[in-house]
Design a protein around this ligand. Structure first.
Ligand SMILES: C[S@@+](CC[C@H](N)C(=O)[O-])C[C@H]1O[C@@H](n2cnc3c(N)ncnc32)[C@H](O)[C@@H]1O
Length: 371
């Protein structure tokens, strides 16, 4: 399978890498041959998994599948990231503080930062641990919100504007709801849905802390949310998933629940959610569908299923310079996907970014054309 390497050069510009870092090292791997990858890994300061025997016994069925999902040459560079915690990245909460002032606060706290080229509110921090950062008044006052860069991407692609009507279908704990509200300058309306009670209350408290004022929260199953149809300009479906992109092999809790059954259960749920999203979306509107898993059943197969079920949607190309990516799957377990599925984005995991899958779906307007 061919792999699109959009990244090495672009991604180095993505985060301003003033210091030599593991990120630069892992990114430089992406354009190398397999033997070079091994050589570089063994000489570097990131861990050196280069033998399948080292990892397969941990979760055999998972790694056997992963081997089929990923092209050979990126298998080990991706597996590396199952051993590392992500770099500390945060979002400036522009509802509470201006960007320039936020940066001054960081300098006063002796925290160094790097910018991210594709989103001005995102920063990667160094000289402070995530735990210590969470304890600062900067977080307690809601000036900054700790959030992975991959988690910021779906909202950047949704591109919410002041005055629009937005639905966030699976919202807790609210990382993306608050990011949407900030980009809307609290103008327009957001409906944020969460099914699980304790997560719903967490969502409410995050919205409060970050000064969000344009959200109405609902505690229901988003598959059963049926207000007037075609009501939203844009919909974010940050779907519940098997979260394979979050596995940390040194912490069993992050992966012990994994099973093929779980993947199937998630895929069923995701189809129900995305189908309802297409009903609730205005003609000409956009849905961003995201998961943090590698499983094709929860990614390409969900989008392929939607394209077979509905005639008025189209998968839009995603071009965001500076985001490390590899190709979406064209087929899985003998079943070919609709060629439009090629437009989906698989985010290549790095020290800074989790492995995410993102699809941008547009609904035809009354003249039959998409955005
Ligand atoms: C990936 S998390 C969302 C993370 C959130 N968007 C954020 O960025 O902070 C998925 C969420 O969907 C919720 N959920 C699961 N099934 C749901 C359903 N049927 N309807 C609404 N929410 C659901 C889960 O409890 C979980 O909080």
């Amino acid at each position: 399978m061919p792999v699109v390497y959009v990244y090495a050069q672009e991604h180095k510009e993505n985060i301003v890498l003033s210091h030599s870092s593991t990120c630069a090292k892992s990114l430089s791997l992406l354009s190398c041959s397999k033997s070079k990858i091994r050589e570089k890994l063994s000489g570097g300061n990131i861990s050196t998994v280069t033998k399948k025997e080292e990892i397969f016994p941990i979760l055999p069925a998972f790694f056997e599948r992963l081997e089929q999902i990923l092209p050979d040459e990126i298998f080990f560079p991706i597996v590396e990231h199952f051993f590392h915690s992500a770099h500390l990245t945060v979002r400036i909460n522009t509802l509470k503080i201006e960007r320039e002032q936020a940066l001054r606060h960081l300098t006063e706290h002796n925290i160094s930062f790097n910018h991210v080229s594709w989103f001005p509110d995102a920063l990667s921090l160094s000289r402070i641990t995530p735990k210590d950062f969470e304890r600062t008044d900067l977080v307690k006052k809601g000036f900054f919100y700790r959030q992975g860069l991959s988690s910021m991407l779906p909202v950047v692609l949704l591109d919410p504007q002041p005055g629009e009507a937005i639905l966030d279908m699976c919202a807790a704990p609210g990382s993306k709801t608050t990011q949407i509200a900030a980009l809307m300058h609290n103008k327009g309306s957001i409906v944020a849905i969460e099914k699980v009670r304790n997560r719903f209350y967490k969502l409410k408290s995050v919205l409060d802390l970050l000064g969000v004022q344009n959200v109405s929260c609902k505690i229901i199953d988003a598959r059963r949310y049926h207000p007037q149809e075609e009501r939203f300009d844009k919909i974010l479906l940050d779907a519940p998933c098997s979260s394979e992109g979050r596995f940390n092999l040194s912490n069993k809790k992050t992966y012990s629940y994994w099973s093929i059954r779980k993947i199937k259960e998630m895929a069923r749920k995701q189809k129900g959610l995305i189908l309802n999203a297409t009903r609730l979306l205005k003609p000409g509107g956009v849905i961003v569908y995201a998961t943090c898993t590698f499983a094709p059943e929860e990614n390409e197969a969900v989008i392929d299923w939607l394209l077979r079920r509905t005639s008025d949607v189209k998968v839009m190309p995603i071009t965001l310079k500076g985001v490390p990516r590899y190709e979406a799957l064209k087929a899985w377990q003998g079943k070919k996907f609709n060629p439009q599925v090629d437009n989906c984005l698989r985010v290549f995991p790095t020290t800074y970014m989790e492995g995410f899958f993102i699809a941008k779906i547009a609904k035809a307007n009354p003249k039959g054309t998409c955005l």
